[in-house]
Design a protein around this ligand. Sequence first.
Ligand code: 8YV
Length: 322
Amino acid sequence: MRRMKVLVARRLPDGVEARMSALFDAALNPGDAPMPRTALIEALADSDVLVPSVANPVDAALLESAGPGLKLVANFGVGVDNIDLDAARTRGIAVTNTPGVLTEDTADIALALMLMAARRLGAGERTLRAGAWRGWGPTDQLGTSLTGKRLGIVGMGRIGQALALRARALGMHIEYHSRHRVEADVEARLEARFEPDMDAMLRQANFVSLHAPYSAATHHLLDRRRLALVGPHAFLINTARGAIVDEEALIERLETGAIAGAGLDVYTNEPHVDPRLLALENVVLLPHLGSATVETRTAMGMKVVENILALQEGRELPDRVA
Ligand code: 8YV
């Protein structure tokens, strides 16, 4: 059996790289140096498999310039919006992702952002670190409770459901809007109500959390009109993809207090973060770390390995998306 030539664009956890080296003819990136496009194209000419991540756009031109040997793009990540799936299909290149293993950690970060934004934890910590805390005060640093509030989840896949479970433990009322209504027993277990009218859900929610994949269909799903439905008492949480929200419209609403606040882990032009967001006290900003735990990043890498191994052994690819 021929060992697959695998080009790994970014440094991966040690255990994953060790397994890749044991199973494949793997070209690793131990220094994690950004691979310029020209270097990537050059290396691709002699590769069976490319392992990119969200930080590596795999567009039609890149796929076209890859040699005819490229068989698989095994994405390190569940979202595949960095890859031109149509171009891959056209060229007969398979695409896989890493579903399931980052569900819990990403839902944890969505919950953390809800707590941080509503309880003003970032602002509180900044006050303390600046040496500006004058001591406890009965009306100081008041935030908003989560218990008893309405959470509107947009996209009720694995991560949306994992957030619902957490929010239920906090005594929140859960509504969701999704392309597909989940099974009745899942709704019952999560005590989640399906709202077919997203606008109605946005109007009523105290928290809106986004868990839809990014695609042409979800680009600016929360556009200026929909953002205007989210009230001044409500917080927007985004751990999915930045461009699901019209960031410009969101910033305007945050600046005027038309929306209470936001908790963001993702941005439209990562790693660029709009300086107006940095200046706002009512937003919590994280650097796309939803899945950033040793356990999850290792599990993601092992999923990548499983998919490449399946190709090498001529089996069906377990996580094929194109
Ligand atoms: C990853 C993510 O860190 O998997 C995803 O879709 O957004 C993140 O959890 C990143 O995409 C890795 O490529």
